[in-house]
Design a protein around this ligand. Sequence first.
Ligand SMILES: Nc1ncnc2c1ncn2[C@@H]1O[C@H](COP(=O)(O)OS(=O)(=O)O)[C@@H](OP(=O)(O)O)[C@H]1O
Length: 286
Amino acid sequence: QLLVCLHELRASLTSVTSASPSGTSNASALQRLPGAIIIGVRKGGTRALLEMLNLHPEVEVAKNEIHYFNLDENFRKGLDWYRAQMPVTLPGQLTVEKTPGYFTAPLAPKRIWATNPAVKLLLIIRDPAERLVSDYTQVLHNRIQQNKPYQALEELLLSQGHINPKYKALQRSFYYQHLARWLELFPREQMHIVDGEALIRNPFPELQKAETFLELPPRIKPDNFYFNVTKGFYCMLSAGHDKCLDESKGRPHAPLSNEAFQKLCRYLRVPNQIFFRMVGQRFDWC
Ligand SMILES: Nc1ncnc2c1ncn2[C@@H]1O[C@H](COP(=O)(O)OS(=O)(=O)O)[C@@H](OP(=O)(O)O)[C@H]1O
């Protein structure tokens, strides 16, 4: 109960901390390094997972993606800079950040390990073929907004009728290749895999599993979620507040012919099998 109150008082704690020039505020209300990081995958449902974990009174999240371990320009700013991006927490609360770019960044596993080898890793995955289309759709949307030229997905994905393995969004869907770098350093038990499609269908069971993995007492309840027919996704309810993710989540995907999509599915079959073996779990992908 106390932690529920503390969670709701987060905003006022922040202002108390900053409004006290003499440092007389609660000395244990501090910005702390994350105890858990959502490392990816890009377009896997990382924002939904972060916001849903934030329903828990013992969890505080960094609202923005920090990009500390994947971007040299941020990493050079040092650990104090990273810590300063974190929310204020009390002892016993868990800080969580999400940066989907970490999963595929070659140096991220080593850097995270060197910073905190005990950090808990959350990886939310989704059918890698659907992920690729979602990834393309996001890039397309950004390019259109910036009045930049763009190519159709099929032009990027296929070269002379064959899947083009150099296409960056396809490379980000070779989950096993990226995962291998993490498992060189982190034991498998230190990484929890969230099924992104299951999170969309019914978030509560996925959140229960995440609570267990994070060693949090069960506080998230089924009635923290309701299906929003207009949005077509589950939204969150907490302390009378209603929250859906913004319109960049769940937007219509760019078109791709069925033939090209099936080629993509066939191409990903072997990489997916390798990934299933690595994680000891199968997923119902195309
Ligand atoms: N509850 C709820 N509401 C809205 N959207 C939801 C939700 N749960 C999961 N998703 C899926 O999240 C996908 C976006 O993933 P990310 O947040 O990881 O994207 S990003 O990498 O941070 O840009 C996004 O992918 P697209 O549907 O392709 O846009 C959603 O399908």
